[in-house]
Design a protein around this ligand. Structure first.
Ligand code: AGP
Length: 572
């Protein structure tokens, strides 16, 4: 099992655990740390029995620790559960179970699953029946595998939203979050569909649909991927995989617990002054956040580059100040330094990060995990849209529509974007322009092209472009306009005409059917209709991420490992 886990370590690596059954008892080894560290301490290969479950974690609820590591068990340590996903209603289920006398050992959302199955089995259900009953109580995303000392010949697994695949071997059967786990052992795989339960025993796989209870017949397919390709789920690069993971990443960001958002909102409402700080893409999330807090909550805030913060703002900090620090890694030195200085001044620190247990979480008074899952590509993509979703979740009800809109854009515009990338890949410089909230999209779009395709590029508030940038515009100069149909629409048409008059090539991101801007553009990328302008950062950034990716690939660069950059910059 350890080797299979190592092949999944790219999906999470902050704590590890395994459970097997022997002599009618569960045997569990788990601890905080990478697989190699926990193995060195506990020898994960030394576990009895021929049936087991194993997990490597990316914490969402409950910081990395031995108690929060998976598997989680019921009160009598007879049912072991491993889980990938987020149980949205875990708090109310936990309260209910505690009222009925259950004892909890962890701070995870996952543990409620073990206790719910325990109750169903106590009422006489089989293990499969217990899992089905439990799925009916759960809200959110999950892929689970369940082992019980009551039933040592079977593993029951089930999914909703989170991926789950079964591997059918000659003399073994496996289930895993992804194919790499069992690929060296078998390439015959069965993907579980939404709300399906599978009961695995040697030589037998039985799949049931939760809704109907009916048996589902599905034959294994042969996976031809190499291990590397399998880790990228068949995508040529992690960056492209992560761009396509954004619908799920945004859904997961919206699943962050209401209680934390209310806590953050109350701190922001009572603050004397609010700063949002970060570096690179995280700083761009701060810019979007500051704009949206002003527009949606009437809250004044200042976005600041973390490495400049101490020079410019630190002296103004008081105990009434609130500093929202954003960092996907939670380890960026410039951001942490600004946070430490702010703490010394008595400011309240609110952390938004993708890594539970990171230094930022330890320096924050309140922190929110953005639940994006590991981001392997150095260029931040899904973590940007997740951060903006977390920042606006409290104030925007229509956010739930964004994931499907992103899927729509990726489905409809991928080929158009590839053609535009091919057409302009050799231009020596590009410029990205937008007005209002679209300026942030332009700035982040520029960063993507610059950092992975190495094309010197500019980004401006479109209105500002005529006060300098326009001097370098000449025939064929590519200018990308982020031009949703919002209050800036009329004005941006004027800016397009100014650039067009100097011979620029106009590439416009427009709402579907926007003939006005289409007629004055050389190339257009059409976006879904009826998207409130507040959602522009979440949607209009996606084609710009894809455009940068395609240009980098067309130029023969590795988008995942751009030169001179690191995924987490831990030096000042
Ligand atoms: C963005 O694509 C870059 N990887 C970089 O600018 C990054 O956003 C910056 O280093 C901040 O990282 P953090 O979110 O981990 O703090």
């Amino acid at each position: 099992m350890r080797k299979a886990l190592e092949r999944l370590e790219y999906r999470g690596y902050d704590s590890v655990g395994q459970a097997t059954v022997s002599n009618g008892k569960l045997v569990i080894k788990k601890d905080k740390g990478k697989i190699s560290e926990v193995h060195a301490k506990t020898n994960l290969d030394d576990m009895p029995g021929h049936i087991g479950v194993a997990h490597t974690r990316w914490a969402t609820h409950g910081a990395p620790s031995k108690e929060n590591a998976h598997p989680h068990t019921d009160c009598d340590n007879q049912i072991a559960v491993i889980h990938n996903g987020i149980i949205e209603n875990f708090m109310e289920l936990r309260r209910e179970l505690e009222d009925r006398g259950h004892t909890f050992r962890s701070r995870t959302d996952t543990e409620v699953i073990a206790h719910l199955i325990e109750e169903s089995v106590r009422r006489g259900s089989s293990l499969t029946g217990g899992v089905i009953d439990t799925m009916r109580r759960l809200k959110g995303a999950f892929a689970i595998a369940v082992l019980s000392s009551h039933d040592p010949q079977r593993i029951v697994c089930a999914r909703r939203e989170s991926p789950l695949v079964i591997g059918v071997g000659e003399d073994a059967v496996y289930c895993a979050s992804d194919v790499p786990a069992f690929l060296p052992l078998t390439n015959r795989a069965i993907w579980l569909e939404e709300d399906e339960v599978a009961t695995l025993e040697l030589g037998k796989v039985e799949i049931r649909a939760l809704r109907t209870g009916e048996i589902v017949k599905r034959s294994p397919v042969e996976v031809t991927w190499t291990r590397e390709a399998a880790e990228r789920s068949g995508f040529p690069h992690f960056m492209l995989k992560e761009i396509y993971e954004q619908p799920q990443a945004i859904r997961n960001a919206l699943r962050t617990q209401r209680i934390y958002h209310e806590l953050v909102a109350s701190r922001l409402d009572s603050a004397g002054v609010v700063y949002l700080i970060g570096c690179g893409t995280a700083y761009h999330a701060c810019l979007a956040g500051s704009y949206l807090l002003a527009k949606l909550a009437g809250l004044r805030s200042q976005a600041a580059i973390a490495s400049e913060f101490n020079h410019v703002h630190a002296d103004l900090l008081t105990k009434d100040s609130v500093v929202v620090a954003i960092s996907q890694s939670g380890e960026t030195a410039d951001t942490l330094n600004a946070v430490r200085q702010s703490r010394e001044k008595g400011a309240t620190i609110i952390g938004i990060t993708n890594v539970m247990g990171s230094t930022l979480t330890r320096l924050s008074d309140v922190y929110i995990g953005q639940n994006s899952g590991p981001e392997i590509g150095v260029a931040a993509t899904k973590t940007f849209t997740a951060q903006v979703s977390v920042l606006t979740r409290q104030y925007m009800k229509k956010l739930a529509e964004v994931p499907n809109a992103v899927t729509q854009v990726l489905g409809k515009q991928a080929n158009t974007i590839k053609e535009i990338a091919r057409k302009y890949k050799d231009r020596p410089s590009w410029c990205f322009l937008g007005r209002g909230i679209s300026e942030v999209v332009a700035i982040e779009g520029r960063l993507k092209l610059l950092e992975i395709a190495y094309i010197p590029s500019l980004a401006y508030a479109a209105g500002e472009s005529k006060h300098g940038f326009i001097a370098i515009v000449e025939p064929g100069y590519p200018v990308v306009f982020v031009a949703p149909r919002d209050e800036t629409h009329t004005k941006i048409i004027g800016n397009i005409m100014e650039m067009k008059a100097r011979g620029a090539n106009i590439i416009s991101l427009i709402e579907e059917g926007d003939k006005q801007i289409e007629s004055i553009s050389d190339d257009v990328i059409e976006m879904p209709k009826g998207i409130p302008s507040f959602m522009t950062p979440l949607l209009y950034i996606v084609p710009l991420q894809l455009l940068a990716y395609q240009v980098a690939v067309e130029k023969g660069y590795d988008p995942d490992r751009p030169r001179n950059l690191a995924k987490s910059v831990t030096v000042e």
